[in-house]
Unconditional design. Structure first.
Length: 250
């Protein structure tokens, strides 16, 4: 897979709905059944351009939809990037995910998730992963949450012109830390390993920081890393993207 670091500042304007987090602190048992919030919707648009010794451009689009109702949670994400360097395409990808989560107890929950991705540069036509899992909060505080999820998965993919389906095992770690009233860190680690050939594995790391500047305007910084142990021929195993931007919550 390619190894790409976005060096120029990516300015983003995000149109967000309500800012209440899906992972807000839990109310008491009686209130949980009545806790309901509307859909939170956010859409992002970012573009960067440099000219001179090198001409580069990058367009990034994204959306996020979340809802909590009683013990149930829904979350959907979609993101895409397209970039060129000196007239040559060096970035064209799209990713999406949807998850349903049901609280079983104060710390345990069950979840079902489907993810999909396409990466033209990595010669990945498509990859879909379906995963039922059990999750557990190792830490569940008002301002800090750390959870683990694990379960069987099934992968449907076409990479390097070769299509295949195989069973796998998935493990996910998620962290949210409200480090101050104006700053929030989100971090996740996701891995799935083929049960037919353990050499066929994919690891994904994500780290983001939102820092409120004034009102509903925040400065954002995100780092995305993907490691594919068995990439298509001619593609690199590591893919790294560093993106900075602005976030506007409405």
């Amino acid at each position: 897979m390619r190894s790409v670091v976005t060096r120029s500042l990516l300015l983003s304007v995000l149109f967000c709905g309500a800012a209440t987090s899906v992972e807000a602190a839990d109310p008491g048992p009686a209130a949980v059944q009545d806790a309901t919030k509307d859909w939170d919707v956010s859409v992002s648009l970012g573009f960067s351009l440099t000219e001179g010794n090198s001409d580069t451009s990058l367009l990034a689009l994204g959306s996020n939809v979340e809802k909590t109702e009683g013990a149930d949670q829904w979350r959907f994400k979609l993101a895409g990037q397209y970039g060129q360097s000196d007239g040559v395409k060096d970035n064209q990808s799209i990713t999406g995910e949807g998850q349903y989560r049901h609280r079983l107890s104060e710390r345990w929950y069950g979840a079902g998730e489907v993810t999909g991705e396409h990466d033209d540069i990595a010669d990945l036509t498509y990859r879909f992963v379906g995963t039922p899992s059990i999750g557990y909060y190792l830490l569940k505080l008002d301002d800090f949450r750390l959870a683990l999820e694990s379960g069987p998965a099934y992968v449907v993919e076409k990479q390097g012109g070769h299509a295949e389906n195989y069973p796998a095992w998935s493990a996910v770690e998620r962290l949210k830390w409200d480090i101050s009233p104006t700053s929030v860190i989100h971090q996740s680690f996701r891995a799935f390993v083929s049960l037919e050939d353990t050499r066929d594995s994919v690891l994904k790391n994500s780290l983001s920081l939102d820092n409120k500047i004034i009102g509903n305007l925040s400065l954002t910084l995100s780092l995305e890393h993907t490691y594919d142990n068995h990439p298509a021929a001619g593609a690199e195993r590591n893919d790294l993207a560093l993106i900075t931007g602005l976030k506007l919550a409405l």
